[in-house]
Design a protein around this ligand. Structure first.
Ligand code: F6P
Length: 530
C-alpha cells in the first residue's frame, strides 16, 4: 500500500546524485508518464470549491518521484466527476495541459472515455479479469466466465480506452518541448503501445508491469485473441520491465506459447517480433527511504502514534494492506485465531492491528471480500471476548482500522513485534519494505513466498506459504517468541537491504537501459552508460 506519500515531502535523496548518463538523458527529454490513475484527483466540495487529493498506489509514488527529475507530462484517466468537468472545460478552452498545484514542474493530460467504456475497461477487464488472472485468484471451475458481456467490455472498454490513451500520448509527444520518452505503467494499458506504434513508430516506449506475470498455462484462461493482443501490445515497446526474474521469464514463455512467429532469446532476454526487438528487463521497485521517514516523522503521524499507544499490548502484530483478495487478509486472521487456540497463554497479551484501505468498490469481488474480512474479525473478537471475560479482563484481539491514512499506517509500523505480509501473490509489496525501514522494536517480518519482495527479503524473514493457515500460525508464534539477538540481526539485515535497494536505484536502472538503447540508436548524441 502506498498513498498520500509522494510530493508531501519533496527534499529527498532522490533529488541528488544521478549518474551522468541519466542526468544527460533527462536534460534532453520530456518524460511522458502514462498510467490509468493520475497523480491527483479533483473533487468539488458542497460550496463548489475544487480540492485535490493525491492519487493512491505504488505507481503514483514511483512515477511522482521520476517526474521530479525531468520535464514531465502525465497522461491519465479522468476518474472523478470533477476530473471530467475540468477536462471538459479544458477542451472548450482548447487547453491540453493542466498544471498541478502541489506538484510544480509537471503537467497532466486527461484521457476522457465515456463512463460506460471506462466501466468496461476498469471494472470488468483490468479489475477483476486481468488482476485476478495475474494474481492467480480465479476459482477456475466457476470463474471467469468470458461471456458476451466480457467480450463487449473488451472491445468497447479495454481496447477503446487503450486506443484513447495512445492518441493522447501521441498528441503529448507532438507537443513535447524535448525528445519524448514514453513510460507506460501497468496492466490497464497493455494494448496502448500497439496503437502508439501505428501512429508514431519512432517513439521510445518503455512499459513497467507492477504486478506478477503468471505462468503461460494460466494465461489460457483468457481466449487466444485476448492473450495474443496483450503479448503483441507489450512487444510493441522497446523495453518491458518486471518486478522479478521469474515474472520476466514467465512473460518470455507466454510470448513463446502464443506468438509462434516471435523469436525469443532467453539468454539475452529479448524478443524479436515482426522486425522489432523488445528487451525484457527486471527492476524490483522500492521505496524512497527519506520520503517514508519524513512522513513517519510528520506531525500527523506523531499524533496517530500517540493515539495508537492505547491499542498496543505486550505483543503487537500488525498488517497494512489494501482490502483486496490477493492480500489474503482473511487467512491471516484465521492463522491468528489458530495461534490463540494453540497458545491460550497469549489471551489478553497480544493485539492484532489491521490497517486496511478499501479499494475498487465498484467491483463485486472486492465488496464481498471486505464483507468477509468484517465477518471473520467479528467472529474472532466475539469468540475471545467470552474467553477474556472468564479470565476477568477486557480484551479485543483484533482492531480493524479501515480507511486511507498513510501517516497512521507508518506510525504503526514503528512499534510492531510482528508484521504479517501473507499475500497470495503480489508484484512486490512495499509494506514489507516500509516496515523493515521504520520498525523500532526489531520486529519480525513474516513474508509470503508469493510476494515479489520475497526474492529480495525472504532470507531475513519468516517464510509462509500463503494458503498454509497452520504454518502461518506457527510463524506468528515463532515471530513473537524469537530470541532478541536473532530479531536484532534479521531486522538490521532487512533495513540495510531496503536502504541500499531504494526507489532511486529502481529509476536509475531503467534510465540506464533507456540511455543504453539511445546510445545504440544515436551513438553520437549521448553518453553511453558504462
Ligand atoms: O501495480 C498495481 C497498482 O497499480 C498499484 O499501484 C496500486 O497499489 C494499485 O494497483 C492501485 O490500484 P487502483 O488504481 O485500481 O486503485
Amino acid at each position: 500500500m502506498a498513498h498520500q506519500r509522494a510530493g508531501q515531502h519533496r527534499d529527498s535523496q532522490l533529488d541528488v546524485q544521478l549518474p551522468d548518463y541519466a542526468r544527460e538523458l533527462l536534460e534532453r527529454s520530456t518524460l511522458i508518464i502514462v498510467s490509468n490513475r493520475g497523480p491527483v484527483e479533483f473533487h468539488q466540495t458542497n460550496d463548489g470549491e475544487i480540492t485535490t487529493k493525491r492519487g493512491t498506489g505504488g505507481v503514483i509514488t514511483a512515477m511522482s518521484a521520476a517526474a521530479r527529475f525531468a520535464d514531465a507530462v502525465w497522461v491519465a484517466c479522468a476518474m472523478t466527476a470533477t476530473d471530467r468537468v475540468i477536462a471538459e472545460k479544458m477542451r472548450q478552452r482548447r487547453e491540453a495541459l493542466l498544471t498541478i498545484p502541489d506538484l510544480p514542474g509537471f503537467r497532466l493530460r486527461f484521457v476522457v472515455p465515456d463512463t460506460e467504456a471506462y466501466h468496461g475497461y476498469y471494472n470488468r477487464i483490468a479489475n477483476p479479469l486481468l488482476w485476478f488472472l495475474q494474481h492467480y485468484l480465479w476459482d477456475t471451475p466457476r470463474a471467469p466466465d468470458i461471456d458476451h458481456e466480457t467480450w463487449q467490455a473488451w472491445h468497447e472498454g479495454y481496447v477503446a480506452v487503450n486506443r484513447l490513451f495512445a492518441e493522447e500520448v501521441v498528441a503529448a509527444a507532438a507537443a513535447a518541448p524535448r525528445e519524448p520518452i514514453v513510460l507506460l505503467q501497468d496492466y490497464h494499458l497493455y494494448l496502448t503501445p500497439t496503437f502508439i506504434r501505428e501512429l508514431r513508430p519512432d517513439l521510445l516506449l518503455h512499459h513497467f508491469v507492477h504486478i506478477p506475470w503468471p505462468d503461460q498455462d494460466y494465461w489460457r484462461l483468457l481466449p487466444l485473441p485476448m492473450r495474443r493482443a496483450i503479448c503483441e501490445g507489450l512487444l510493441a515497446n522497446d523495453i518491458v520491465g518486471f518486478q522479478t526474474p521469474r515474472h520476466a521469464r514467465s512473460f518470455l514463455n507466454t510470448v513463446d506459447a502464443n506468438l509462434p512467429e516471435a523469436e525469443v532469446d532467453y539468454r539475452r532476454r529479448e524478443v524479436t517480433y515482426r522486425g522489432h526487438t523488445t528487451r525484457v528487463r527486471v527492476y524490483p521497485i522500492s521505496i524512497d527511504p527519506e520520503l517514508v521517514r519524513a512522513v513517519a516523522e510528520s506531525e500527523d503521524a506523531c499524533r496517530h502514534r500517540e493515539h495508537l499507544e492505547a491499542f498496543r499490548n505486550e505483543y503487537t502484530i500488525i498488517r497494512v494492506d489494501r482490502a483486496e483478495p490477493s492480500k489474503n487478509v482473511v487467512r491471516g486472521f484465521l492463522a491468528y485465531d489458530r495461534l490463540l487456540e494453540k497458545h491460550p497463554e497469549l489471551i489478553g497479551r497480544v493485539n492484532f492491528l489491521a490497517f486496511l484501505v478499501p479499494t475498487r468498490m465498484e467491483v463485486a469481488e472486492y465488496i464481498n471480500y471486505l464483507d468477509e474480512i468484517n465477518a471473520v474479525v467479528g467472529r474472532i473478537n466475539a469468540k475471545y471476548a467470552n474467553a477474556a471475560e472468564i479470565e476477568g479482563i477486557h480484551w479485543e484481539p483484533v482492531h480493524l482500522f479501515v480507511g486511507d491514512d498513510y501517516p497512521r499506517a507508518l506510525a504503526a509500523m514503528k512499534f510492531y513485534d510482528v508484521l504479517l505480509v501473507n499475500a497470495i501473490f503480489d508484484g512486490m509489496n512495499l509494506v514489507a519494505k516500509e516496515g523493515a525501514l521504520l520498525n523500532e522494536r526489531n520486529g519480525v517480518l513474516i513474508l509470503s513466498e508469493g510476494a515479489g519482495a520475497y526474492q529480495q527479503l525472504g532470507q531475513w524473514a519468516l517464510t509462509v506459504s500463503p494458503t498454509d493457515i497452520e504454518g502461518t500460525a506457527e510463524a506468528l508464534w515463532q515471530g513473537l517468541t524469537m530470541p532478541a539477538a536473532e530479531r536484532a540481526w534479521r531486522a538490521e539485515q532487512l533495513r540495510r537491504h531496503v536502504v541500499e535497494h531504494d526507489l532511486r536505484r529502481w529509476l536509475v536502472d531503467q534510465l540506464h537501459d533507456i540511455a543504453d538503447l539511445y546510445a545504440e540508436r544515436t551513438p553520437h548524441r549521448l553518453i553511453a552508460p558504462s
